[in-house]
Design a protein around this ligand. Sequence first.
Ligand SMILES: O=c1[nH]cnc2c(O)cc(-c3ccc(F)cc3)cc12
Ligand SMILES: [Mg+2]
Length: 214
Amino acid sequence: TRSTRPQRMLKAVQKNATKGNPKSVISAIDYFCKHSEWAMNVGDEKGSILDSVVTEVNPSTVLELGTYCGYSTVRIARLLSPGTKLITLEFNPANAAVAKQIIAYAGLQDKVILVEGSSGDLIPQMKERFGITTFDFIFLDHWKDRYLPDIKLFEECGLLRKGSVLLADNVICPGTPEYLEYVRKSPRYESKYFPAHLEYTKVEDGLEKSVFLG
Ligand SMILES: O=c1[nH]cnc2c(O)cc(-c3ccc(F)cc3)cc12
Ligand SMILES: [Mg+2]
């Protein structure tokens, strides 16, 4: 039967990237998406903004919502301090299976905890299952309709502390208007918009960085 796009992306990584070299894995995926098949990775333009925020925060506890094929997982994990791990949640088992292999190809498997399941179910389990007190950095990149309920879940579960940074992809395209209104209006967040474009296109999109004020 016909392969899937994530499976073809994995083949492109195995063919064109160097094992153990995260930068080459990132480049191979971007090349595949620019020249072969578009895919919903955060991409290199928004990815550079992601890199700069991760570097600035230098987080000890990291959560990613929406692994997909592991592109942003690799981008984040390659920047983490030794001994720091990131937890990434993926709803789709087939995507998780590809992501696991791409993360391993980059040599970052020891810095990543990949968990299959829905964010709504898993967020309340973070403390008990992974010994998390609060998250220093959260990357929201799963499903636009989950951004608002999930940020409220973070608050309810006491997973945010003064200075926790949330970075959200796709706030313009596909768009998360209710989430944007919430973080921009709430006195408990300091929000900033980073304009960019939808990955591998000229369509407007951007990242919203929101700092929890406690
Ligand atoms: O569903 C998505 N989850 C996470 N990231 C996404 C992302 O970066 C882009 C898109 C997307 C954007 C335009 C389009 F025509 C089709 C899909 C979806 C997701
Ligand atoms: Mg995205």
